[in-house]
Design a protein around this ligand. Structure first.
Ligand code: DQA
Length: 153
């Protein structure tokens, strides 16, 4: 039976790191023309379908992202595009490790087809899953994946 009929809605935070507020204008040949607001709108529809209460946020500073991951501990799951912090952000990594909720890391671009510094993720070892190179559709995959992980618990 769908969880929404039996339990409170799942609480999922979708968190976006630095420069993702520029989506749509920023390097469109890499990231496409979809804006962050477009992504939030698409996910809102999917969240309703999946029985999820979604909070969608973007911050440029690592400390602000850490604050939001700490707040997410009271919820059920996290979808995180850490942007460049994914490659070296140990404070963000530690926050995800401490959160105790499943996290799906998502990157819009195929980071493995890009510069070598993007081939490392410090988040992936503490994440429940990792999606990259699927464009903005990766967020929908990540939301479905985190819901699956939550339901497995
Ligand atoms: C990104 C990939 C990162 O390497 C980059 O720093 C970003 C965006 C992506 O979604 O493809 O800002 O996370």
């Amino acid at each position: 039976m769908p969880r929404s009929l039996t339990c409170p809605l799942m609480q999922v935070l979708v968190l976006n790191g630095p420069n993702l507020n520029m989506l749509g204008e920023r390097e469109p040949e890499v990231y496409g023309s979809t804006t962050l607001a477009d992504i939030a709108a698409r996910l809102a529809g999917l969240a309703a379908e999946l029985g999820v209460t979604l909070r969608f946020e973007q911050r440029n500073g690592e400390g602000e992202l850490v604050d939001l991951v700490q707040e997410a501990r009271s919820g059920d799951g996290l979808v995180l595009n850490p942007a460049a912090y994914g490659h070296y952000g140990y404070a963000l990594r530690d926050a995800v490790a401490a959160a105790g909720i499943p996290c799906i890391e998502v990157h819009i671009s195929n980071v493995y087809a890009r510069e070598a510094f993007r081939h490392t993720s410090v988040i992936a070892p503490v994440a429940a899953g990792y999606i990259c190179g699927c464009g903005v559709f990766g967020y929908e995959l990540a939301l479905r994946a985190v819901v699956h992980r939550i339901q497995e618990r």
